[in-house]
Design a protein around this ligand. Structure first.
Ligand SMILES: *[C@@H]1O[C@H](CO)[C@@H](O)[C@H](O)[C@H]1NC(C)=O
Ligand SMILES: *[C@@H]1O[C@H](CO)[C@@H](O)[C@H](O)[C@H]1NC(C)=O
Ligand SMILES: *[C@@H]1O[C@H](CO)[C@@H](O)[C@H](O)[C@H]1NC(C)=O
Ligand SMILES: *[C@@H]1O[C@H](CO)[C@@H](O)[C@H](O)[C@H]1NC(C)=O
Ligand SMILES: *[C@@H]1O[C@H](CO)[C@@H](O)[C@H](O)[C@H]1NC(C)=O
Ligand SMILES: *[C@@H]1O[C@H](CO)[C@@H](O)[C@H](O)[C@H]1NC(C)=O
Ligand SMILES: *[C@@H]1O[C@H](CO)[C@@H](O)[C@H](O)[C@H]1NC(C)=O
Ligand SMILES: *[C@@H]1O[C@H](CO)[C@@H](O)[C@H](O)[C@H]1NC(C)=O
Ligand SMILES: *[C@@H]1O[C@H](CO)[C@@H](O)[C@H](O)[C@H]1NC(C)=O
Length: 302
């Protein structure tokens, strides 16, 4: 609890820090090459690579699933997550069954989609999901560069892997990709107990769904949602991303570690020196530290 409070405190600290700094030079992307526009969409090769399940069947694997719906039922999509215990990235498979139109007179696409921190309220109102899963406080104000994903919000799936174009039928054929940063553990970084939100071009939240899994009791043996609270992720932020979006165009961020770099990590506050207003300043930043850990789930459920 204390760590969590410290985390929240830091948030306010960072927030006030950033809002008061006019010239804040923190990090440059490791490659100074072109930053892809946020409107970039999934390349067709990614889409073709899709549909099939991840190749290897090494055990154990960790599974979670989101059924994504609009409150009025017009949009229907599934997102499946498969994690591994050997350092491979988490495999994400996306399929849209209806509702993502490309030829809408309002030009609704392309569609971004993210993992949000909180579950969807029972009434399906996507506002309840709060902000993006962003344990390293990258903030929404920083455009995710897919070439440098260690500086993207963990939950920014479309930022890292491309937005979805709609189709005239409203369906999007199954496509998939590996994400080296999506983690089932530890709690602060876990995709369990979270939700998926699909956004319209104008960022309106048009559909959402809980991420459910047998691992944390949010799904049962037959993969149906239990609508129970996650037994693994129990601490949720109160603030929505709207607060974070107040951050300016730069962020003070430590890079995320890939699953291959560190299968077990701890999110801790680490003092770092950053250049702020031309002055070297020491700040505390949430940072991933490699630890020796054990898989936190009941082996019989894995
Ligand atoms: C940075 O400099 C500006 C202008 O001098 C000043 O208003 C602001 O308070 C400074 N921010 C920090 C964090 O020192
Ligand atoms: C999405 O639409 C844009 C604009 O028509 C196109 O350039 C892009 O290739 C499409 N992306 C996919 C994944 O089909
Ligand atoms: C999402 O999960 C929560 C439990 O975490 C549950 O209370 C809620 O009803 C679920 N929402 C939907 C739309 O199923
Ligand atoms: C969803 O919840 C938000 C915040 O509570 C509220 O402003 C909005 O009207 C709700 N939307 C619907 C469709 O109920
Ligand atoms: C954003 O898109 C939604 C869905 O098409 C629409 O209902 C809403 O009016 C739009 N909002 C703005 C500000 O254009
Ligand atoms: C963003 O900052 C402005 C000015 O500091 C403030 O009025 C507004 O309430 C903030 N928005 C949120 C969502 O916190
Ligand atoms: C993780 O970090 C927190 C805060 O720095 C610390 O209290 C805790 O002991 C660490 N846990 C592990 C397993 O290293
Ligand atoms: C993990 O355990 C090994 C063997 O006990 C030890 O050598 C190593 O320093 C530990 N690593 C960390 C990050 O604690
Ligand atoms: C592990 O799962 C099995 C089967 O689902 C269950 O009987 C057992 O109580 C669980 N153990 C713990 C510690 O959750």
């Amino acid at each position: 609890m204390q760590a969590f409070l410290a985390f929240l405190n830091f948030f306010f600290f960072l927030f006030s820090f950033i809002s008061s700094a006019t010239a804040l030079v923190i990090r440059a992307p490791s490659s100074s090459s072109s930053i892809k526009p946020s409107s970039s969409v999934a390349s067709s090769t990614t889409v073709v690579a899709a549909a099939t399940s991840p190749s290897s069947s090494a055990k154990p694997t960790f599974r979670a699933k989101a059924r994504v719906l609009s409150q009025t039922g017009g949009i229907r999509a599934n997102i499946d997550f498969t994690g591994y215990a050997d350092g491979r990235g988490t495999y994400v498979k996306v399929e849209v069954y209806q509702g993502l139109m490309s030829d809408d007179a309002q030009g609704n696409g392309p569609y971004s989609y993210h993992i949000h921190t909180n579950p969807v309220s029972a009434d399906g109102n996507c506002t309840s999901t709060k902000g993006h899963l962003d344990p390293l406080t990258v903030t929404d104000a920083v455009t995710c560069n897919p070439d440098d994903p260690s500086y993207c919000e963990e939950g920014d799936l479309s930022g890292k892997h491309g937005k979805m174009n709609g189709t005239t039928e409203g369906t999007v054929s199954a496509f998939g990709y590996t994400d080296d940063f999506l983690r089932f553990w530890p709690e602060q970084l876990s995709i369990l107990g979270r939700s998926i939100v699909i956004h319209d071009r104008n960022k309106t939240r048009i559909a959402c769904g809980n991420i459910t899994s047998i691992l944390d009791g949010t799904a049962d043996e037959s993969n149906q949602p239990t609508n129970k609270a996650s037994t693994y992720v129990t601490k949720y932020p109160d603030a929505s991303s709207a607060t974070k979006a107040n951050a300016t165009t730069v962020s003070i961020t430590r890079p995320a570690l890939t699953l291959e770099e560190a299968l077990f990590v701890n999110l801790t506050m680490v003092q770092s020196t950053v250049l702020m207003n031309g002055t070297q300043t020491v700040v505390e930043l949430p940072t991933l530290v490699q630890i020796n850990g054990t898989i936190p789930f009941n082996a019989s459920a894995v």
